[in-house]
Design a protein. Structure first.
Length: 129
């Protein structure tokens, strides 16, 4: 990944992935590093079940956050977080319920975050839905 000081500037080439998948993987790495920098522990990445996929599951101070990461090359077609519609939220909630059934011991609280990643800009919306 290219960097500009502490700001992400774009994905590194990933010849084994299609361009849109490489972009998404880059955004998830950027988001995970941002959470870790802020004192969170990454519990899972790209966790899958029949209900859907969770991009990131992080925890801090008894709170588990299920994080949907949206990455775009630019905001020309809207801000990345706008892509997390009601249908996607329902799928994330269903997957989170399954994750909690399997792993959720010891968490006092749950929230759903959306992380928007653009080159040079990362925005985390806590408790987005």
């Amino acid at each position: 990944m290219a960097t500009n000081g502490n700001r992400p500037t774009g994905p590194s080439p990933a010849p084994h992935l299609a361009p849109h998948l490489a972009l998404g993987a880059w955004g998830e790495r950027v988001a995970a590093r941002r959470y870790q920098r802020d004192g969170y522990r990454v519990l899972d990445r790209n966790w899958r079940c029949p209900s859907g996929e969770l991009d990131l599951v992080v925890s801090r101070d008894g709170v588990v956050a299920f994080c949907e990461v949206k990455t775009r090359r630019s905001s020309a077609f809207g801000f990345p977080a706008e892509a997390v519609d009601g249908r996607r939220q329902r799928r994330i909630r269903a997957a989170a319920s399954q994750w909690l059934r399997e792993h959720g011991h010891g968490h006092r609280s749950v929230r759903f975050d959306v992380v928007s990643v653009l080159p040079g800009r990362v925005e985390r919306i806590e408790a987005a839905f």
